[in-house]
Design a protein around this ligand. Structure first.
Ligand code: ATR
Length: 276
């Protein structure tokens, strides 16, 4: 069967093999999907080895998303904008095509699974690292009213906003960078794309950004999302973790590779039950 993998470091706890195995079973696709631990300084070599062994596609996780974008002969417009790729697909000439499905996965989970439309809404995106960069383009494409990006290191938020200014103008979205201490107003949707919880730090914005009924979304799941979800509940917001984003980004990758859309909502429900 065609061979796929998730490449990262670490990769032992990745749920991607389980998710893609379920997608394959439910769509009758014969494929193999493994974990591939690449050395921190050996991504290019690991990728070349996977290609030489006949690998057809991979998901890329921390810390190789920037290198994956570089390694590809062709990039989707999303990758060009974000500078990061989470999906590689083999082209007929043997070279790699890079895409980034993280933002599509986030948007699909918010709009379809959580049932919250983003058009016309006010969105706060916290963080300006790789995770935040990967989702800003697809968020803009939903034509919200306004997106504010805020980050501990303000210059990175400003750079991310500058990079997306043209797309924002085309979509008619007000796109701004704001300092954490100077956040102006409240938001319909607050998205945490920082790694603050992994450092044991608190939620890096004041609770004034929430209004009753706001959606407070953490791109992480499991224990790493707990502090943010507690904070959301304490302030009357609806919390949601990133498990649905994980499943939906996988579904977008699977559709790119196989030309078949897997039943992602079903697999998300199964995964939630498994982890409960
Ligand atoms: P990732 O690929 O997960 O986005 P990253 O590129 O290292 O990883 O970005 C991590 C993000 O979490 C950044 O926005 C970072 O803020 P800085 O740009 O100021 O470094 C944010 N972050 C990490 N630790 C944090 C903390 N303790 N408080 C607030 N923000 C934090």
């Amino acid at each position: 069967p065609d061979s796929y993998c998730v490449m990262g470091n670490p990769v032992a706890h990745s749920r991607s093999p389980w998710i893609h195995a379920r997608f394959a079973a439910l769509t009758d696709q014969a494929l193999q999907y493994d974990r591939c631990l690449a050395p921190l300084d050996g991504f290019a070599t690991a990728l070349a080895g996977f290609a030489a062994a006949g690998g057809q596609g991979c998901n890329i996780t921390v810390p190789f998303k920037l290198e994956a974008a570089q390694a590809a002969a062709r990039q989707s417009p999303r990758v060009a904008l974000a500078g990061a790729a989470n999906t590689l697909a083999r082209q007929s000439d043997g070279s790699w095509y890079a895409d980034n499905t993280d933002g599509l996965g986030l948007v699909a989970d918010i709009t379809r699974n959580a049932g919250v439309a983003l058009a016309g809404k006010d969105i706060l995106l916290i963080g300006a690292g790789g995770a935040a960069a990967g989702v800003l383009g697809p968020l803009l494409e939903q034509s919200p009213r306004r997106i504010v990006v805020c980050n501990r290191t303000a210059a990175k938020a400003e750079a991310l906003v500058a990079q997306h200014a043209e797309l924002a103008a085309r979509q008619n979205v007000v796109l701004q960078a704001q300092a954490q201490q100077a956040l102006d107003g409240d938001f319909d949707v607050v998205i945490n794309g920082t790694a603050a919880s992994l450092q044991g730090a608190g939620v890096p914005v004041p609770a004034t950004v929430l209004r009753p009924g706001s959606l407070a979304y953490d791109m992480m799941y499991g224990p790493a999302a707990a502090a943010f979800l507690d904070w959301a509940a304490l302030h009357g917001a609806t919390g949601r973790d990133g498990l649905g984003m994980l499943v939906e980004q996988a579904a977008e990758s699977f559709a790119l590779w196989r030309g078949v859309r897997p039943p992602s909502a079903l697999v998300l429900a199964e995964l939630r039950a498994l982890l409960a």
